[in-house]
Design a protein. Structure first.
Length: 214
């Protein structure tokens, strides 16, 4: 893995280079600030390309903005650059086929993807880093939020195969649920969890259990 003393300015266009420079000192940077600087609504896609295709160790997390709301944030974990995986371009006709086959619904959280809502993505069920094929049978329609979450989980996964993973095969995960909360919903859940002294997941389970008792 090569070590870089400064961002490689001769390799990237303006957007990617700007993002890399903003993250270079290793501190957390709000996605909102990156958006203001880059002026691209799909800046998160550029970040994924830097991380997954170009091999930069970019972490995703959460920070509070000036209004005290939790927002997505990013930081560079190292100036060492890994190999990365070049993602193939999915033909437009394949994208249309997968979206129509999956009824324009995110296969993980159920979000409506019609009309470009929730930034629809075509995801490799079995990821490229596990040699998943680039073909329609291995594609699924998901929203951009679920795509980011799934990528992060897949990178740290230690399971021998994806065969029983509900992120790869949602139909096998009836008891699993991936939820994208609004900022208001997330803040409320955090407050309730703090009051109960539980984790957010344990709090959700308690709410469901208490509802069933009623």
């Amino acid at each position: 893995m090569p070590f870089y003393h400064s961002p490689p300015e001769d390799e990237y266009g303006t957007a990617k280079l700007t993002i890399l420079k903003m993250l270079w000192n290793g501190e957390w940077v709000l996605g909102d600030d990156i958006l203001k600087k880059v002026k691209q609504s799909y800046y998160d896609r550029r970040i994924r390309e830097l991380r997954d295709e170009d091999g930069w160790d970019i972490e995703t997390g959460w920070l509070e903005n000036e209004e005290g709301k939790k927002r997505s944030a990013y930081r560079l974990g190292s100036h060492y650059r890994g190999k990365g995986i070049k993602r193939p371009n999915i033909p437009s006709n394949d994208k249309r086929f997968v979206l129509e086959r999956d009824n324009h619904i995110c296969q993980l959280c159920g979000a409506d993807l019609r009309g470009g809502a929730n930034n629809p993505q075509i995801d490799h069920k079995v990821p490229l880093l596990r040699d998943g094929p680039s073909e329609n049978s291995n594609y699924q329609a998901i929203c951009s939020n679920c795509n980011v979450i799934k990528r992060g989980i897949c990178k740290k996964c230690t399971l021998p195969t994806c065969d029983n993973c509900y992120l790869a095969y949602p139909e096998k995960g009836a008891n699993n649920l991936l939820i994208n909360l609004t900022d208001e919903e997330s803040e409320y859940l955090t407050r309730v969890a703090a009051t109960l002294g539980l984790t957010r997941i344990a709090t959700l389970r308690k709410i469901v259990a208490d509802t069933l008792k009623d």
